[in-house]
Design a protein around this ligand. Structure first.
Ligand code: CA
Length: 245
């Protein structure tokens, strides 16, 4: 059977935000086809041909999702996934493995090594897009355009609107992303570094106190609706959105 990489991309049926996706694949033809299709689906692909290049790319900027081919030269896809999972900064990055092997035991090995999902080659671009969306929804719900509700707060990424008790909240773009992140990850404490990685996408060039500045702005925006207390400072740890305030 011929691989179906060339099947035309289907437009996404539901809107979702474009993700930075690292494609780790040594076969350049497949790499380029995946990249082209990801672009057409609204994502921003970055390319790596082996594990070392992938680790270098991740050090430069943290992707929203990693597609890893199983069969890579030097470092196998499995070993790369293990390395990403062993590192504090990349521990939670969503990972999908691509492989030519259809064997069930290999599939188990792939998932046990820490991949979130597994796609057997040849796959259709439609299937790839559906898996990406499902993994992002599960692992990085702030990357989707699903409407989120938390207590009196409601946020709609599609229309870029947020409200509290039915009253619209006026938010800058960063405060909007911050609130979106917290609303999709309630009741968990996030450090400033984690917040930078998750909301700004890359912690390298931004100072941690930038987070405090935007948290302050977000709280002032929430103050008129008396919902600012939901966003707690956890001394020595970071910030948390909580219903138990
Ligand atoms: Ca390969």
């Amino acid at each position: 059977m011929e691989p179906s990489y060339t099947s035309p991309p289907t437009p996404p049926t539901e809107a979702y935000l474009g993700a930075n996706i690292l494609v780790v694949e040594d076969e350049s033809a497949i790499q380029e086809l995946i990249a082209l299709n990801l672009q057409q689906a609204g994502h921003e692909p970055k390319l790596a041909s082996d594990g070392a290049e992938a680790l270098e790319s991740v050090r430069e900027s943290l992707p929203d999702l990693v597609l890893v081919d199983w069969m890579l030269p030097t470092m196998s896809g499995i070993d790369l996934v293990k390395r990403l999972r062993a590192n504090e900064r990349t521990r939670t990055v969503p990972i999908i493995m691509l492989t030519a092997r259809a064997d069930e035991s290999d599939k188990l090995l792939g998932l046990e090594s820490g991949a979130d999902d597994y796609i057997t080659k040849p796959f259709s671009i439609k299937e790839l897009n559906a898996r990406i969306k499902a993994v992002l929804r599960r692992r990085a719900p702030q990357m989707t355009e699903d409407r989120v509700v938390f207590k009196a707060l409601s946020l709609d990424p599609g229309t870029h609107r947020a409200s509290a008790n039915g009253q619209e909240i006026d938010l800058g773009p960063t405060e909007f992303k911050l609130l979106h992140f917290f609303m999709t990850h309630p009741e968990r404490v996030y450090s400033r570094t984690q917040i930078l990685d998750q909301v700004w996408g890359d912690h390298v060039f931004i100072e941690e106190r930038t987070v405090d500045v935007h948290i302050r702005r977000l709280r002032s925006a929430l103050e008129p609706s008396n919902t600012d207390h939901l966003l707690q400072t956890v001394r020595g740890s970071g910030y948390r959105l909580t219903a138990i305030a």
